[in-house]
Design a protein around this ligand. Structure first.
Ligand code: ADP
Ligand code: ADP
Length: 232
């Protein structure tokens, strides 16, 4: 069964004449061990969909089940806990804490949750993101691509049920983008992670297993990726 399932998802911002409907009865499920890219024009509802299924925002209607838990049944405190423990996030802005080293940034969410990552796993993770010799550097001493690789490692550290990436290559040059995309691909192939990525970049979408395209709050395309060059 899927690791994430959204059914009949609806979301409207504002009310009356100025109301904007961002999601119109969206049904979508994400299977474990798959990388999905979400594309679509600006304003089509990509961020809203991701925020609703990641528990960053609440939908007006429908249901979201993540790792067997119905998000609508959780109060804000339990929703925050579920997000912290079971969901990884990668944002366009790397959101690293400048006073902490790469390794301290990677383990911070787990530390906050009162957990300690297994030393062997941490070693493997730091090596996988190619930062073994930079682990004690601060973000200001790292390139943009290296900072985003720290952010990806941070998202993977707790072995979450699902990782959401919002324009993960949006601030990167093509070489750094390639490194980060290869890393997301490895997370799926080697760690059996589930990754859902919003992107405007056709190349980023082409490394996905599945491509979803949103338009005006609806899913208008859902199929294998690789045909992404045809999508504008
Ligand atoms: P995308 O991520 O595809 O650019 P969004 O989900 O950000 O799309 O936005 C979908 C629609 O909802 C757009 O019309 C946008 O203007 C509107 N919208 C998004 N966030 C808000 C908000 N906080 N308040 C009002 N309207 C919003
Ligand atoms: P956009 O998708 O429109 O570019 P952002 O991704 O910067 O906007 O942020 C969208 C929403 O996600 C904001 O409402 C913000 O509160 C939330 N957000 C951004 N970063 C984090 C984070 N690290 N943890 C939790 N929520 C975040």
């Amino acid at each position: 069964s899927p690791i994430v399932r959204a059914s009949g998802l609806r979301k409207t911002y504002g009310s009356g004449e100025t109301a904007v409907t961002a999601l119109r009865d969206v049904d979508v499920a994400f299977d474990a061990g798959q990388l999905t890219a979400i594309m679509g024009p600006s304003g089509s509802g990509k961020s809203t969909l991701m925020h609703c299924i990641a528990g960053l925002d609440r939908a007006d209607g429908g249901s979201v089940v993540v790792d067997g838990v119905e998000l609508g049944s959780l109060d804000d405190r339990r929703l925050t806990e579920l997000r912290r423990d079971r969901i990884g996030f990668v944002f366009q802005a790397f959101n690293l804490l400048p006073v902490l080293t790469a390794e301290e940034n990677i383990v911070l969410p787990m530390t906050i949750a009162g957990r300690r990552p297994d030393a062997e796993w941490l070693e493997q993770l730091v090596a996988t993101v190619g930062l073994t010799d930079r682990r004690h550097h601060r973000p200001s001493e790292l390139s943009g691509g290296q900072q985003q690789r720290v952010a990806v490692a941070r998202a993977l550290a707790s072995r979450p049920a699902v990782v959401f990436a919002d324009e993960p290559t949006g601030n990167l040059d093509s070489r750094s983008s390639e490194e980060v995309l290869r890393l997301l691909r490895r997370a799926v192939d080697e760690f059996d992670q589930t990754v859902v990525m919003v992107t405007h970049d056709a190349h980023a979408a082409s490394i996905a297993d599945r491509l979803l395209v949103l338009q005006d709050g609806r899913i208008v395309h859902d199929g294998p990726a690789g045909t992404s060059e045809d999508v504008h």
